[in-house]
Design a protein around this ligand. Structure first.
Ligand code: IPM
Ligand code: MN
Length: 359
């Protein structure tokens, strides 16, 4: 298979972890006789530094003309600590999601058996956790009108949702549930927010098309508690943009490290694959960041193109590696591997599997 992959590695540890997932994808291409063409482009703070724009036109055009986008991370403390900055790295990612019409962000959370001891949560609680968050990605408070009065004393962010925005992601969530344990939990704040009540009405009505799937509801505050009290109760969580952002970071605690969580953003245009972690500026250039989230995002990329056997090989390699207690410092304090060593281990494990060329 021939595939054009835009590589937007971005800021902080982005380039280091993305380098490893490109390495892994290349090894998959070699093993299966695929032709993956990688093209790099600027995004985020580095793009602002070099062009003044967090999403240069050239980058957007490349993404639109590619089959997939492999994304690293964006963000830089010099913007985080400056609320007055007009141009921010995050605008690059948000605009890219919007321009590509990536309305659904899919974030799987699994408790690997070999890592049960690594989580700050008790083993008995997290054992058996296997959920996936469907986070709406191009609407809600992130994209509503923003205002600040002239005196700079009153600010507002509008949270708006239209029925069609809810329907299109809800369909994806129900279809995913049909392939899994057939349960969708809608997370909202319907006791307070009008948008949440619209979500409930729309999702309840659409659920009739999926009689084999059970639908239940949780207020987001309760959901935040349930996620760490009893995470194995969840199958597919469906939620709006900001709630999904927050609970997915919370969910990363279950797996033992945020450095393991991958995501796929899909919708109308070129799909984008990125780790859910940020740019982790403190670790930049140190070769210590965990590249597994990026590598698993690459596996999700392969799945998107129905290269299931290829993706399975990556999942298996990651699992074998974790079973052998090989990990970066977030997972193995006593004997940490470096970012690039992890990539090498995965490639080696992939190469050691018996793969039929062109299979
Ligand atoms: C994420 C990130 C982004 C978000 C930021 C960087 C804009 O936190 O992908 O979860 O809030 O969506
Ligand atoms: Mn986030």
């Amino acid at each position: 298979m021939k595939m054009k992959i835009a590589v937007l590695s971005g800021d902080g540890i982005g380039p280091e972890v993305t380098k490893e997932s490109v390495k892994v994808l290349q090894s998959i291409a070699d093993a299966f006789g695929h032709d993956f063409q990688f093209k790099e482009a600027l995004v985020g703070a580095i793009a602002i530094d070099q062009t003044g724009n967090p999403l240069p036109e050239e980058t957007l055009v490349l993404c639109k003309n590619s089959d997939a986008v492999l994304f690293g991370a964006i963000g830089d403390p010099k913007y985080d600590n400056n609320p007055d900055a007009k141009v921010r790295p995050e605008q690059g990612l948000l605009k890219l999601r919007k321009e590509l019409g990536l309305f659904a962000n899919i974030r799987p959370i699994t408790a690997y058996d070999s890592l049960l001891e690594k989580s700050p949560l008790k083993k008995e609680i997290i054992q058996g956790t296997d959920m996936v968050i469907y986070r709406e990605l191009t609407g809600g408070i992130y994209f509503g009108e923003k205002q600040l009065n002239e005196e700079g004393t009153v600010a507002s962010d509008l949270c708006e949702y239209a029925q069609y925005e809810i329907e299109r992601i809800a369909h994806l969530a129900f279809k995913a549930a049909q392939q899994r344990r057939k349960k969708v939990t809608l997370v909202d704040k319907a006791n307070v927010l009008e948008t949440s009540r619209l979500w409930r009405r729309v999702v309840t009505s659409l659920a009739k098309e999926y009689p084999d799937v059970t639908l239940d509801f949780l207020f987001v505050d309760n959901a935040a508690m349930q996620m760490i009290l009893n995470p194995s109760q969840f199958d597919v969580i469906l939620t709006e943009n900001m709630f999904g952002d927050i609970i997915s970071d919370e969910g990363s605690v279950i797996g033992g490290s945020i450095g393991l969580l991958a995501s796929a953003s899909v919708g109308k245009g070129t799909a984008l694959f990125e780790p859910i972690h940020g740019s982790y500026p403190q670790a930049t250039g140190k070769n210590i960041a965990n590249p597994v989230a990026s590598i698993l995002s690459a596996a999700m990329l392969l799945e998107q193109f129905s290269l299931h056997e290829e993706a399975r090989l990556i999942y298996k390699a990651v699992e074998t590696m974790l079973n052998e207690n090989i990990g970066t410092i977030d997972l193995n304090k006593d004997n940490p591997s470096s970012t690039s060593e992890i990539g090498d281990v995965i490639v080696k494990l992939i190469d050691s599997q018996d793969v039929t060329i062109g299979g």
